[in-house]
Design a protein around this ligand. Structure first.
Ligand code: HSE
Length: 403
């Protein structure tokens, strides 16, 4: 028998219990053993839960139970979750998590700890919710030198942008809907300001390029600055505004990584990724382009990825999974300043003045645009170049265009 505990009975934790119960027979068959949920740790009381007799409040019970094999951490954050994960691994229990903050900030040390203690630390659900992406990246694409990873990595912001585009909702109305649907983080600033996408691109970059990339090394811009005006201008030429996390291989083993809203041309498959769906496009030197698509948030899709990791470990509790990366360094991540893109600009400027300052431009139109407002696409150039050209102008929005 393989014994499992869940830490945190929130959206994902309760989803994990539900999947383990609903699909119990099928899972046991796949593991070729009996998987038993033994504990749920939560500070709250759930007297009416069907799992009421599994609840404990003291983590030491798990730590000291020699029967317990796998701990599922769905607490979130990097404080209590770090303490419990560290203690579980030191006690030789494998840990499975959906906690991108913890993996992005402490993944290297936790992976080391797992190896030292003969157990595993798996986190497929930390990126892309239910989408299989981390295992394919490290296993199925292992023959490639990976060049870049570009992803719509946050379901909440993609939902908000989709509702702004399709239903003309304001940012606040769309955010309220996302929260009502259980997509947003407890504190939605992590979603809307791009921190959640930043943590996910750090994990993807570490797996793709082999060294730990820390969130504070990654310039991050969220979607608060995206307006309905920008959405309308982009739409007029068949482009969609998407929050992208990007990681690009650079010379001498360096990495360029950042998170920012982009205009995505309609013919790019990322433009068609709507609502809470995520997509991750990967380019490798043998495979070329490949894209992973699916539900990036939500109770059962995320639980699906968590339970898949549990099954993987349960099949072979002592297997050394080599699923790690090397230590990071302060000079690993280089700025995106040298990255050449076309740019979308919305500013208080006449078309003539915009041409004078920015050279060849493609003017955009929207109904109801006030006099003196111009929006346009530029020729490809670097960020310092476009900023130099826009000097002195009252710029409302400046976003890269994805090539
Ligand atoms: N809040 C996250 C999102 C949940 O919206 O994508 C999944 O990580």
């Amino acid at each position: 028998m393989v014994h499992v505990a869940i830490l945190g009975f929130g959206t994902v934790g309760s989803g994990v219990a539900e999947v383990l119960t609903t699909n119990g027979g099928l899972i046991d068959g796949r593991v070729n053993n009996q998987l038993r949920l033994k504990y749920i740790v939560d500070v709250r009381d759930f007297p009416d839960s069907p799992y009421a007799d599994l609840f404990v409040k003291d983590f030491a019970v798990l730590e000291n139970d020699p029967e317990l094999d796998i701990v599922v951490e769905t607490i979130g954050g990097a404080t209590i979750a770090l303490d419990f994960t560290t203690r579980a691994l030191k006690a030789g229990k494998s840990v499975v998590t959906s906690n991108k903050e913890l993996v992005a900030t402490h993944g290297y040390e936790l992976l080391q700890l797992a190896r030292e203690h003969g157990c595993s630390y798996l986190f497929e659900a930390s990126v892309g919710g239910g989408i299989p992406i981390l295992r394919p990246l490290s296993s199925c694409l292992a023959a490639n030198e990976l060049e870049q990873v570009t992803g719509i990595l946050n379901g909440t912001t993609n939902y908000i942008l989709t509702r702004m585009i399709r239903a003309g909702l304001t940012f606040d109305q769309a955010l309220a809907e996302a929260q009502a649907n259980g997509y947003a983080e407890k504190d939605p600033t992590a979603d809307v300001d791009g921190h959640d996408a930043c943590r996910k691109i750090c994990i993807l970059a570490a797996l793709a390029f082999g060294r730990h990339v820390y969130p504070d090394q990654v310039p991050t811009q969220g979607i608060r600055g995206v307006t309905l005006e920008d959405v309308a201008y982009a739409d007029s030429v068949g482009y969609k505004i998407k929050l992208l996390g990007r990681a690009l291989r650079q010379p001498e083993g360096k990495v360029c990584a950042f998170v920012a809203p982009h205009l995505v041309p309609g013919e790019n498959p990322l433009a068609g990724v709507e609502d809470v769906f995520n997509a991750i496009a990967v380019t490798g030197n043998a495979i070329g382009d490949v894209m992973f698509y699916g539900r990036g948030a939500g109770k059962l899709p995320t639980a699906s990825a968590v339970v898949a990791d549990v099954i993987d470990i349960a099949k072979d509790l002592k297997k050394d999974r080599h699923n790690g990366w090397e230590e990071g360094s302060p000079d690993l991540v280089v700025s995106a300043d040298s990255l050449v893109s076309a740019w979308y600009v919305r500013a208080q400027v006449s078309a003539d003045q915009a041409r004078k300052q920015c050279g060849e431009i493609h003017l955009l139109a929207r109904s109801g645009a006030p006099a003196g407002e111009a929006a346009f696409l530029t020729a490809p150039m670097t960020q310092p170049e476009i900023q130099d050209k826009l000097a002195g102008l009252d710029v409302g929005s400046l976003f890269r265009v994805l090539a």
